[in-house]
Every structure is written in structure tokens, then in C-alpha cells.
Design a protein around this ligand. Structure first.
Ligand SMILES: Nc1ncnc2c1ncn2[C@@H]1O[C@H](COP(=O)(O)OP(=O)(O)OP(=O)(O)O)[C@@H](O)[C@H]1O
Ligand SMILES: [Mg+2]
Length: 359
């Protein structure tokens, strides 16, 4: 039996005409790590708050551990949540905040102390136990909120951007700790993040939201390599997939007035298509400096240096495309260049609003 199930779940806030989220269908196995991603305002926090019992569910059904939970009080759900906004008690110390839930549950003081020490050690909060939230940095507050949830040893842990205010080093450490904790405690986790690397490395599956709906649920590999539409293709991956709008006509792809003969890596979809968008990721484009069939012609604009990799930015038919090149690559701007797509890594999307993937 799945641990957490959402069937056709929707939410309309009382003061609003439209649904914030609608027709959410999700099924989490016990111990699964699911990540929700999507643009700001697409309904990620709303989904978590309904599962936690902090927002009423307008339509649909929620099941937790086999029991319908729509009307179950939050305290009976065995769920802990770390909020985007921390929601710490301002008048309590760090220590009191962390053990608050344990105290409410009647856990004896010695046990509370033990868990407090465990959390402070894990979250690098030692020495701050007696401070109040106002005397902490954003990242420290975030870790207190995480500690308060973890000491409860919940069955389901809901995390709303819990690492967003940490510096890069601490973030990476916390990411590893979260992964370990998830495994060790067998927690079922629903995680919200805007960080691509976190979503790809932590998740068993990723749910991609667009404007209050889930458009695709799949493993990190599925959403990356097999996106269902242009939105998912453009949302997953950093730097993002390059898109070229145009149409297929007489053995060529025409984009921005440029005719690119099909061939080599540039193969058309099997299904018939007219107006299309071509999508290729930066790592799947190789620049060459002579005319090549199946390659997109352009001119070098500049090189973006990210340290470990460089990205050659090329003007192709009026748009800027990125191609990954080895660090330290030198090439003068204005030089003619052809971008060769890697075979099997070319995506086609319908050229309409919906942008369905063409196969
Ligand atoms: N209490 C509320 N009353 C009315 N509308 C709300 C309320 N809370 C959220 N909304 C609206 O519901 C939609 C979804 O909001 P939600 O907070 O779930 O987005 P999100 O995906 O978490 O975004 P972000 O990435 O910015 O945190 C938004 O349009 C938002 O304005
Ligand atoms: Mg949110």
C-alpha cells in the first residue's frame, strides 16, 4: 500500500476565484523521496500544506498510510513540516524551539536533551542553543526549523525549500545529511526546491508543476531525458535547453529564415509535423568551424566561463544558443560556427502553446 496518496486534489483559497492547484495525483511509496519543482506560484507550498493539514482540501482525496486523511487533525498525521518561512517561536530559545514538539508529546527531559544534542551536532548549531531566533542568521534559523522537524522522527517529512538560505558549502553538506537521514530513518519525504542539483541528486522521483497542475512525474533521468513537453524540457536542466522555433519543410528545418538540411544528428520526428520547436541541450551541441550537414549555422557571440565548464554563446538565426565547450576554450567573437547536435539527443515539440513533445 502506498504511504501517501493524492487523488484529484485541488485547492481554491476562500478569497480567490480560481484554483491554486487542481487535479493533483500523486502516489508515494513508503520511504520514497519525491521532489516538487516548478516556477514561483505554481502551487508547491499549497500542496505540502494540504498534506500537512494546514490548509483544507477543496476537492479530491488524501490518504496517509491507508487512511483517508482529508479531515484528520494535523497532529494525528505523523507528519512534520519545515516551512519556507521557518515559523519559529520568536520568544523561545533555539533549544526550546527544537524540543517544542517533543515536549508537547510528553517525551521525558533526558530523552529530549539527547535528541537536542543530536540535532545541534548534525545541524552545526552548537553554542547557539540559548539564542533567540531574532539573534540568528537566516541560514541558522532554517537549520533550527529543520532540527525541530527531525527530532520528531516523523513518518512523513515535508520540506519547503529547507536549504535555500544556506551558503554553498553548508548546503552541500546538508544535502548529503538529508540523503543519509532519509535512508537511515526510512522517511517518506516530499521536498520542494528551486535548486536543480538538489532535485536531481536527492529525488527518487520529481514532479514538475506548471501553473497549478502537475505536467510530469518521473525519475530524474526521465524528466531530464524524456520530457513530455516544451515546458518540462525548458524547466529541467541548467543552463537550460536551447529552443529554435520554426517548421519542417522538404527535408529541412527552417528557423528564423535559415534553412538547415536534415541529416546526421538532426533527424525529424516520426509523426508528421509542420510548425515545430527544436530543442537541444547545451551539452549535446558541438561547435565545428566548417559547414556541416545537420548542423545549425551561426556566429560566435561570446564565451561564458563558469569555471569547470565554459559555454560558447552562438547567435543562430537571431537567437542566442549555448553549447558546452571545454574550460579554457578560446575563439574570437564574430567567427562563423556550426553547431552539431548529438545523435539521439534532439527533441521536437509542437509549435503551439501546449508544446507537446513530438516523437
Ligand atoms: N492564503 C492564500 N490565499 C490566496 N491565495 C493564495 C494563498 N496562498 C497562496 N495563494 C496563491 O496560490 C498559488 C500557489 O501558491 P504557492 O504558495 O503554493 O506557490 P509555490 O509554488 O509554493 O511558489 P514559490 O515557489 O514562490 O514558493 C499562488 O497563485 C498564490 O498566490
Ligand atoms: Mg512556496
Amino acid at each position: 500500500m502506498s504511504h501517501v496518496v493524492l487523488r484529484g486534489v485541488g485547492k481554491r483559497y476562500p478569497n480567490s476565484q480560481r484554483f491554486a492547484v487542481r487535479n493533483i495525483n500523486l502516489e508515494l511509496a513508503r520511504g520514497e523521496f519525491l521532489t516538487l519543482v516548478g516556477p514561483s506560484g505554481c502551487g508547491k507550498s499549497t500542496t505540502l500544506r494540504m498534506i500537512a493539514g494546514l490548509e483544507e482540501i477543496t476537492e479530491g482525496d488524501l490518504y496517509i498510510a491507508g487512511r483517508r486523511a482529508n479531515d484528520l487533525p494535523p497532529k494525528d498525521r505523523n507528519i512534520a513540516m519545515v516551512f519556507q518561512s521557518y515559523a519559529l517561536f520568536p520568544h523561545m530559545t533555539v533549544a526550546a524551539n527544537i524540543v517544542f514538539g517533543l515536549k508537547v508529546k510528553g517525551v521525558p527531559p533526558a530523552e529530549r536533551q539527547r535528541k537536542l544534542e543530536w540535532a545541534c551536532e548534525l545541524l552545526d548549531l552548537k553554542g547557539l542553543e540559548h539564542r533567540r531566533p531574532a539573534e540568528l542568521s537566516g541560514g541558522q534559523r532554517q537549520r533550527v526549523a529543520l532540527g525541530r522537524a527531525l527530532v520528531l522522527e516523523p513518518e512523513v517529512l515535508l520540506l519547503d525549500e529547507p536549504l535555500s538560505n544556506l551558503d554553498a558549502k553548508l548546503r552541500l553538506r546538508m544535502r548529503t545529511e538529508l540523503k543519509n537521514l532519509h535512508r537511515k530513518l526510512g522517511l517518506t519525504v516530499i521536498y520542494v526546491t528551486h535548486d536543480q542539483a538538489e532535485a536531481m541528486t536527492l529525488s527518487d522521483r520529481i514532479a514538475v508543476y506548471d501553473n497549478g497542475r502537475i505536467v510530469q512525474v518521473g525519475t530524474p533521468e526521465e524528466v531530464y531525458y524524456d520530457p513530455v513537453n516544451r515546458f518540462v524540457a525548458g524547466f529541467i536542466g541548467a543552463p537550460p535547453m536551447n529552443f529554435f522555433d520554426g517548421w519542417l519543410e522538404g527535408g529541412a528545418f527552417v528557423t528564423g529564415g535559415v534553412r538547415v538540411p536534415l541529416g546526421h544528428g538532426l533527424q525529424p520526428p516520426r509523426e508528421p509535423a509542420g510548425a515545430v520547436t527544436l530543442g537541444v541541450r547545451p551539452e549535446d551541441l558541438t561547435p565545428v568551424y566548417e559547414e556541416t550537414p545537420g548542423a545549425l549555422p551561426g556566429r560566435v557571440a561570446f564565451i561564458e566561463r563558469l569555471g569547470s565548464d565554459d559555454y560558447l554563446v552562438v547567435e543562430v538565426a537571431g537567437i542566442l544558443a549555448q553549447a558546452r565547450v571545454p574550460a579554457g576554450t578560446r575563439v574570437e567573437s564574430g567567427r562563423p560556427v556550426w553547431l552539431v547536435p548529438r545523435p539521439g539527443r534532439v527533441y521536437w515539440f509542437a509549435g503551439d502553446e501546449e508544446g507537446r513533445r513530438l516523437r
